[in-house]
Design a protein around this ligand. Structure first.
Ligand code: PHE
Length: 496
């Protein structure tokens, strides 16, 4: 296997690597200062309270990944991947340019929406073109995805460092402008690189062979789809008018979005489970996919607090002065990509070593490990916040260790989860289920935002309790997975 992995990769992979690196530079760079910008009331920020700011942050990051569903659909049916990536990148760049103009809240929300739409178009399609480069699948494709994941994290690292610094120390809009420049570089790489090295790939949308039967089926599906959307709208109206949710506030809107995402995913899973024409073995595999979906949403709900509650903790309660210089608080978010870059090779070798001894942990065990590590990281934050409530600044080592545990957890669930989704999904549902994997990320990001709403400046006494809740919920879910790993593995029907 290792001889195969060390074989040269096509140059196309590096084109995608650098294009995605710059896209992630712009995404994570802007995200690093987003919450600070929303909270700020002295440097021309939006002067929001913590609950409102975190809800908007959560809505934004959740929309980005939810929009990968229409983005994937457009590429599959109309544009083809290459055009989707190209136009997506242009739209992202325009979004950052709009954000770079200091022009009040209307322009700001327009900019955010534009970036989210563009990312929905680019992100799923750039990953699927990586897969297309290796039609034979196997170990080389896995290796290519690991290299690609390094590109993602290298981009995040540079983005957080540069955009974070410019935004926090020079001006918010200068930071947003730097994100636009990053995306421009990604577009240049993609334009020149793809013309030479991705010839004939992602040009035409995967052909759709329409037969009378599939047309009739499409008709019924369309009707079902309209009925479903109608039912969702009615539900939202009922929730609003009965006063259960107030969707005229950012927090209420975020909760409404959460209800929609949960209903869409649950209905989708129930639909393919009972009306998808699956065999018994496939049905059990879909049950495993549902369990992994819940686990990954919960995982991201904790992990993505890097941009919300943990960002607030870095800014307000962490000792950040080193040798007389105050480290920008957004730089703490850089521990995640840095640790990925350092430890991805270590974990990859660990899995290979364990496989050689026939001891490679099964997918449910890896997910359990990821959740338990995440849970432990929040117990570390409980200790840190107990110092903060006394009015003292906590040592930066707390956040460092927290992020270390996050990243080892991420490396247990994220790469493994993606490939297990492609393997466990019934063939004809693979791309839709890939979309659902992003919906898991979307839900997690939204929860991370809603949850951080509790981190109010005037209410810091509740901080240890809030972190404790995350710690307990994730650890317990992880332990349940660990206890039931054997039956879950059995349901995977021979796939490992
Ligand atoms: N760091 C990963 C990325 O930006 C996080 C992620 C994983 C996002 C899966 C969405 C889905 O690609």
């Amino acid at each position: 296997m290792s001889a195969q992995i060390s074989q040269k990769h096509p140059t196309g992979l590096y084109v995608l690597f650098f294009a995605e690196m710059w896209e992630r530079f712009s995404y994570y760079g802007m995200r690093a200062i987003l919450l600070l910008f929303l909270l700020d009331s002295v440097r021309g920020g939006m002067a929001m309270n913590a609950a409102e700011a975190a809800a908007i942050y959560g809505l934004y990051t959740a929309s980005v990944y939810l929009l990968t569903l229409p983005g994937g659909w457009l590429a599959d049916n109309i544009l083809g991947q290459k055009k989707a990536i190209w136009y997506g990148g242009i739209v992202i760049m325009l979004g950052h340019i709009i954000l770079a103009v200091p022009g009040g809240s209307g322009l700001f929300f327009l900019g955010l929406t534009t970036v989210a739409v563009g990312t929905g178009l680019l992100k799923p399609n750039i990953s699927s073109i990586v897969g297309e480069l290796y039609p034979e699948g196997g170990a080389r494709r896995d290796a290519a995805f690991s290299i690609f994941y390094m590109g993602i994290n290298l981009g995040s690292f540079l983005g957080i460092a540069i955009v974070g610094y410019l935004g926090e120390r020079i001006s918010w809009h200068m930071g947003f402008g730097a994100a636009a420049v990053g995306m421009l570089l990604g577009l240049v790489v993609f334009r020149y690189g793809s013309a030479r090295h991705l010839k004939g790939m992602g040009d035409v949308p995967p052909a759709r062979i329409a037969t009378a039967e599939s047309d009739a089926k499409n008709g019924t599906n369309k009707k079902l789809g309209y009925a479903f959307i109608g039912a969702l709208v009615v539900l939202l109206i009922v929730l609003q008018s009965s006063g259960v949710l107030d969707m005229t506030t950012a927090q209420g809107l975020a909760k409404g979005a959460g209800v929609i995402i949960v209903i869409i995913s649950a209905s989708y899973f129930l639909f393919i489970l009972f009306a998808g024409g699956l065999t018994r073995v496939e049905q059990y595999r879909v049950v495993v996919l549902i369990i992994l979906f819940l686990a990954i949403a919960l995982f991201w709900a904790g992990y993505e607090q890097a941009g919300t509650s943990l960002q607030i903790f870095a800014e307000r309660h962490t000792q950040r002065v080193i040798g007389g210089w105050e480290v920008p608080s957004s730089w703490f978010q850089n521990f995640q990509p840095t640790f990925v870059l350092l430890f991805a090779p270590v974990l990859a070798s660990l899995w290979i070593y364990l496989s050689s001894k026939n001891l490679n942990p099964s997918i449910p065990v890896k997910f359990a490990a990821g959740l338990i590590l995440l849970g432990l990281s929040f117990f570390v934050m409980v200790a840190a916040s107990k110092i903060a409530v006394t009015g003292q600044l906590a040592s930066p080592l707390f956040l460092t260790f927290t992020y270390f545990l996050h990243t080892i957890g991420e490396l247990c669930v994220s790469p493994v989860g993606l490939s297990s989704y492609t393997k466990l999904a019934p063939k004809r549902y693979v791309s839709q289920l890939m979309g659902i994997w992003f919906v898991g990320a979307s839900l997690g990001n939204l929860i991370a935002g809603i949850f951080a709403g509790g981190f109010d400046e005037e209410n810091i006494m509740q901080m240890p309790g809030l972190f404790n809740q995350v710690a307990i919920i994730t650890t317990v879910f992880g332990l349940i997975l660990l206890v039931f790993w054997k039956p879950i593995k059995g349901w995977m029907g021979g796939i490992s």
